[in-house]
Design a protein around this ligand. Sequence first.
Ligand SMILES: [Fe+2]
Length: 501
Amino acid sequence: MSLRRRTFLLGSLAGTGAGLLTFRSASGADASYPFTLGVASGEPTADGFVLWTRLATNPLALDGLGGMPDTPVDVEWQVAADEYFGTVVASGRVSAVRASAHSVHVEVAGLPAGRPYWYRFRANGQLSPVGRTRTAPAVGTSPALTMLFASCAHYASGYYTAYRRMAEENPDLILHLGDYIYESGATGVRDHLPTKEITSLADYRVRHAQYRNDLDLQAAHQVAPWVVIWDDHEVENNYAGLVRENDTPTGDFRARRAAAYQAYYEHMPLRSPQAPSGENLQLYRRLRWGSLATFHMLDTRQYRSDQACGDGSKNCPEADDPARSLTGTAQQDWLLAGLGQRLATWDLIGQQVFFAQRLTSAGNRSMDAWDGYTANRKRLQDGWQASGNTSTVVLTGDVHKHWAANIMNNYTSQDKVIGTELVTTSITSGGDGNAADDGTSSVNPHVKFNKNLRGYVRTVTRPTQMTVDFRVVDKVTVRDYPVKTAKSYVIQAGAPGLQNP
Ligand SMILES: [Fe+2]
């Protein structure tokens, strides 16, 4: 296939500090252009970040090798203090090799805190698009943070308009909470490649490349550093540790998980401690955003006990067994220790599955979510209460609808609000929504809001309060819908729970 490109100024970004970022678009052909998968950055610290790209002149080649030769390719990179690259503050050269599908991860350090930077790569004699990233603020400072979070971007279900609108928001930081890709061979608005359920390293590479070849997704990566965690579909629906959903298609799941984790690492702006080792990858980690916020990013797939009572929506006493765990013991202890440090005003827990209790009218609960691991949830809640964390916000994906909930000390007695949960809808998964749906119910009085439309959540966090906007687009099966706010809340520091603005 030939990829067509040109660059243009995205009008709505002009004047917002991202004015000269140009985005790739369709037109003109160039078979030697290696930046068909865009550029990205991530993992910001007070003195640096990761820069990412993956070279691919033929990104959808079904061998997963992107049309690249079996020889290392030199890649130069630059970081500048301005968008014109007048003041280059860091630069270097790395080798992109076939063993990692010609992906590039550059860990830049030693830069001043709390400011934007611009970066680019050069390979095959061509320049990449320019990305904008930033360093986290220094500890001791708490400038306002505009952060967006998203999840669940099933490619076949629709267009990535919500990713484009995220780029236009000009955020400081983007979190992706999982289901960045889906493993099925689905057809729909756009068809998945390969056309079957993916199981091999080549398959996972092609699928990631297909998603990353999307210009709306590339735009979202280009405007801000991302912090990513996975859910299940980066490997297989509802897997738990090394327990599969079912046995279809057959195969060695350990090898499949290793392939999926390797492809995930190759395509994400992650640091070297997140490099995979066989079927394992250390994804849970903490990031500090000055004295304003600490991000505790969880992995609720790799270490979990198998879903109770055969998974599904059940009324299942086994779900309350204290021996069951969603995080695994090591991650639970790590999280409790980190919360106990109270490193910043806000403790933001980025994770995958619905945290607060959510009953159906028949009294059933999701065995794949925290409701299927209630003792683990109670240990965490008790831990953060004991440590005096009064500004804990759980950020969630997975369920393809917006939700907002108060986290209760006891969900039955509804005694005391001890935290807040914000659940983002999907980017596309589920297709066009239905604004008239209302999933709130008197059986869940702590659950305040539900909206069945696609989109993302925008937060602006300050030392005193966080404002929250649930952003939605009416359709994703038709391109280029505008974004609007379906609901807003305020969360006061030190006073957990949702307030009307
Ligand atoms: Fe999903």
